[in-house]
Design a protein around this ligand. Sequence first.
Ligand SMILES: NC(=O)c1ccc[n+]([C@@H]2O[C@H](COP(=O)([O-])OP(=O)(O)OC[C@H]3O[C@@H](n4cnc5c(N)ncnc54)[C@H](O)[C@@H]3O)[C@@H](O)[C@H]2O)c1
Length: 252
Amino acid sequence: MSQQRHGSTPGEAGGVPAFPDLPEATIARLPEYLRALHHLAETGAETVSSEGLAAAAGVNSAKLRKDLSHLGSYGTRGVGYDVSLLVAQIEYILGLDENRAVCLVGVGNLGHALAGYAGFASRGFRVVALFDTDPRKVGEQINGLTVRHIDDLERIAAEESIAIGVIATPPGTAQTVADALVAAGVTSILNFAPGVLSVPSNVDVRKVDLAIELQILSFHEHRKASLTALPGGRSAAASPDKLPDNQKAVGS
Ligand SMILES: NC(=O)c1ccc[n+]([C@@H]2O[C@H](COP(=O)([O-])OP(=O)(O)OC[C@H]3O[C@@H](n4cnc5c(N)ncnc54)[C@H](O)[C@@H]3O)[C@@H](O)[C@H]2O)c1
């Protein structure tokens, strides 16, 4: 996943309470820590060491300690981090206590799967509206929601206070859809359509492209094959700097 980021740091705006200016890579790892912490809480753990949490989140512990220090969370020597306190801190920073309203535009193959996914609610989001232009899809019921025509976007976005829009339309219409979302007051967009969107500076766009992820893995396959072919039989596994980061998230 990649990110186009615009606009100022929240803490800089007048009257807005101080807010940590987190590195983008740290922000990308916080949801991983949160997932691991929720799992630990389910197993009854009240505290966790930085090594334990790092292993559960799939990052190295020095990186994790640095990330959490940005939140003012240092843990207690010999005890570790308080699981429920850290969950609350991360949820606060990610704004998950707001239970934000999300809409989805484009209810085709991918949109259907996304609209039917029950996991968004448990991760702090309400999918409140689905939009399409195809008359065969408008009126369809998915997961308790009726697919609306895109012409209703502005009215429903205002009624439901929609902050985040997900685009799952063909690439050729993604910019038009982004423009409609922005006109409707949406300030964050998750774009599944290939290509770059042009948006005003106050709008954040994140892009998901599984083909790019596969191309990056293809590069690593290529690299491993070329190292195995080195004279003397040296391989990727023999190169110490390649070992710990084999599960790197894009952008980290
Ligand atoms: N990011 C990924 O990893 C990934 C994976 C698969 C597909 N995709 C992309 O996701 C998008 C959707 O793929 P799909 O297979 O679901 O396509 P699809 O053709 O099955 O569905 C697209 C839907 O968008 C609707 N649509 C078209 N123009 C619209 C508009 N202006 N407003 C509202 N709705 C509109 C269509 O009626 C259709 O229902 C494509 O851009 C595709 O390339 C991305």
